[in-house]
Design a protein around this ligand. Sequence first.
Ligand SMILES: [Zn+2]
Length: 196
Amino acid sequence: MSVQLVSIIISIAISGITIPLETKNMKGWIFGSERQKQWTQQIYRHRSKFQNPLHQNYKHLKALESSLDLKPTDLFSVVCFVGDASFKTAMPENVTHIRGCLRFIRSKQERVFTESEVEALVVKLEELKLKRGLRTSLKHKANVSELVAEKSRQRQSGEACPKCGAELVERLAKRAKNAGNAFIGCSAYPRCKFTQ
Ligand SMILES: [Zn+2]
């Protein structure tokens, strides 16, 4: 395993990418700040609170820090929103949408660990049985890249999805029978399965 891959795995293991992809269905307006305990999601006039994802990540960071014997500066955290949520308050650099999230991860390329430190970390990680979590995180990372690729392929229709209000776009079928055929679907896929 290359050093870069390992450092990415380590950064991914603690990153917010594991938070929203499937589980949080975020659209509407998001209000929050670095220090607030709870953030607010507003859809039309309906408001609901959710835990500050930076604080959730902080717990993960601290757990990793103590179990791997790391300094706080060795780790970073990033929260990635998928879906159509828009931020209505200024967000820190590490709270972002998919694209910004990938950019953030790619921007963290400076060497934090020596090669032998990375090897030791990997051994420790294995010992800590974080394997499953890492696999999940890598799968999420693959999902993020797929989503980004898919979004940049899509042609916009300018029409709104009758089911959820997101924009309808031209998408390409992936299933065996229709693979490669274009169809109109919702840009919020996989959250919204509407097709025409
Ligand atoms: Zn839709």
